[in-house]
Design a protein around this ligand. Sequence first.
Ligand code: VGL
Ligand code: ZN
Length: 197
Amino acid sequence: MELNAVLLLVDLQNDFCPGGALQIPEGDRVIGPVNRLLRWAVTSGLPVLATRDWHPSMTGHFTKFGGIWPVHCVQGTPGAAFHPGLLLPEGAVVLSKGTDPERDGYSAFEAATADGRVLRELLDGIGAHRLYIAGLATDYCVRTTVLEALREGFSVTVLTDAVAGVDRTPGASARALAEVERGGARLMTVDDLLREE
Ligand code: VGL
Ligand code: ZN
């Protein structure tokens, strides 16, 4: 395992899982692989950062205010809570994104802790060079986050069985993975990663 790496989990929330307001058909399929990643991270001493989509009730992100999404992940609602099966370890740092009503807030680099620390600040504080990324949705927040991380000079590994996508247009998630790979991200399964360590 590389030193100076972090596990970054993106938006593993009820509203993105079956039964949620913006359900990803198999959103909850990633919970098992993500929990294996979490055990690995804790054992290896990797810091765990978890973003959550955390919208105000009125935001241009929602269809009724001109956006493209149904109402989802409204701050403090059950749909915005992390999936109950997600075993976030003690010490995991939670960052909220999508809080600005004028922005979609897809990138985890727009996320901040309750006391106002942004992702970049935390990564710099840790001295992180590599980000292991998993979560939802492959074709939106995961894609945007990975592309921004690559632009910012981080090495990125995406765990392909620990991400799932919205696929508003068929194949969008597969295209997003191909795009981030072309951009320099490493794609692997959780099994590949745990075998390698
Ligand atoms: C997301 C659509 C709308 C995401 C957030 O987390 O990928 N997708 N809001
Ligand atoms: Zn959202």
